[in-house]
Design a protein around this ligand. Structure first.
Ligand SMILES: NC(=O)c1ccc[n+]([C@@H]2O[C@H](COP(=O)([O-])OP(=O)(O)OC[C@H]3O[C@@H](n4cnc5c(N)ncnc54)[C@H](O)[C@@H]3O)[C@@H](O)[C@H]2O)c1
Length: 270
C-alpha cells in the first residue's frame, strides 16, 4: 500500500546486489511511495548481481560507481543531475564489505592492507559521497541521507571483526558531516542500526545463523526484516522526519535496550 510519502522526490540508492539486499527492498519501497530513483553499484556487482531486473521494475537508470573511486562518484552525481535536471532529495548508502572477514582473518590477526580497503569501502566511501555531493551542490535543501550501521559499533560481538570499528567510524562521519551539511543546506544525515538480516553481506559473518536466532530471542518485537528497514528508510526520506539529523537510530525490535529476555533465560536455566 502506498501513502505517496515520497511523491515528487528524487534519490540515489547505493548497494542493491540482489533481491535480499536492504538497498533492493528500499528501492522498491521508495518507488512505491512515489519517488524517482537512480540505482548504483560497483561495476563488478552490476556484472555479477541482478540490478538490471530491479532497474526495469523501478524504471530507473543504473550508473556504475565504485565508491572507493572519487571520479566514479563525481561522474555518478553529474549524470544523476543531468537525468533529474537538478539535485536529489535523498541518498541511501547501503554498502559494506570486510576483506578480512572474507579471507577468514580473525580480529586478532588482521591484515592491515585488507583493513584499509574495508574502511575505504564501508566508511570512508560515505565521506567521499557526502563531500562530492557538497562540492557539486547535488543534494536539495532539506534532503535526507541514510547509511546502514550495526550495533557492534557500540557493543562487542565476537565475530563482527573489523566491521565493528568501521561502523563506529561510519556513525562518526554521520555526526560530523551532518553538522556541516545541516548548517549549509538543512541536509540531514542519519544511520539506521539494523537487526541481523539475511543478505549476502550478513551471511558472510561467521555464526550469523546462531546470532540471528539469539537476537530474535532478545528482541521484544523480534528482528527487523529488510522490508521493515526499507519502510523505516522511507520515513527518514520523507518530510515527516525533517528535524532528525546526526543520529544513529536503532531499528532492531528493542534488542539494543534489552538486558535479557525470558526466552534466553529459559534456554540457560538448569
Ligand atoms: N545484513 C545484515 O545483517 C546487516 C545488519 C546491519 C547493517 N547492515 C548493513 O547494511 C548495508 C547493506 O548490506 P546488505 O546486508 O544489504 O548486504 P548486500 O551484500 O546485499 O549489500 C552490500 C552492497 O555493498 C556493495 N559494495 C561492495 N563494495 C562496493 C564498492 N567498492 N562500491 C560500491 N558498492 C560496493 C555490494 O555490491 C552490495 O550491493 C551494509 O552497510 C551492511 O553492513 C547489514
Amino acid at each position: 500500500m502506498s501513502h505517496n510519502l515520497l511523491k515528487g522526490k528524487k534519490g540515489i540508492i547505493f548497494g542493491a546486489l540482489d533481491e535480499k539486499s536492504i538497498a533492493w527492498r528500499t528501492a522498491l519501497r521508495c518507488v512505491e511511495e512515489g519517488a524517482e530513483i537512480v540505482l548504483t553499484n560497483a561495476p563488478f556487482a552490476i556484472r555479477m548481481g541482478e540490478i538490471n531486473q530491479l532497474a526495469a521494475q523501478c524504471n530507473a537508470p543504473v550508473i556504475p560507481a565504485d565508491v572507493t573511486n572519487l571520479e566514479d562518484i563525481e561522474n555518478l552525481f553529474i549524470k544523476t543531475k543531468e537525468h533529474f535536471k537538478g539535485g536529489v532529495d535523498f541518498i541511501l548508502h547501503s554498502i559494506g564489505m570486510s576483506v578480512n572477514l572474507r579471507k577468514g582473518n580473525e580480529y586478532t590477526n588482521l591484515n592491515y592492507d585488507f583493513m584499509q580497503k574495508s574502511v575505504d569501502i564501508s566508511a570512508i566511501s560515505f565521506h567521499k559521497i557526502l563531500q562530492t555531493a557538497y562540492k557539486l551542490d547535488a543534494i536539495n535543501e532539506w534532503g535526507s541521507v541514510v547509511a546502514l550501521s550495526f550495533i557492534a559499533a557500540h557493543l562487542a560481538f565476537p565475530n563482527y571483526n573489523e566491521m565493528a570499528d568501521i561502523k563506529a567510524m561510519l556513525e562518526s562521519i554521520t555526526r560530523s558531516f551532518g553538522y556541516k551539511y545541516g548548517m549549509k543546506k538543512k541536509v540531514r544525515i542519519n544511520t539506521i542500526s539494523q537487526s541481523p538480516t539475511y543478505t549476502t553481506a550478513g551471511q558472510g559473518i561467521s555464526g550469523f545463523d546462531g546470532f540471528t536466532t539469539f537476537a530474535e530471542k532478545m528482541s521484544p518485537l523480534g528482528n527487523a526484516t529488510a522490508d521493515n528497514c526499507a519502510e523505516f528508510a522511507v520515513t527518514l526520506f520523507s518530510d515527516y522526519t525533517r528535524m532528525i539529523t546526526m543520529q544513529n537510530i536503532f531499528h532492531d525490535g528493542g534488542f539494543s535496550s534489552t538486558g535479557v529476555t525470558e526466552a534466553v533465560i529459559a534456554t540457560l536455566d538448569k
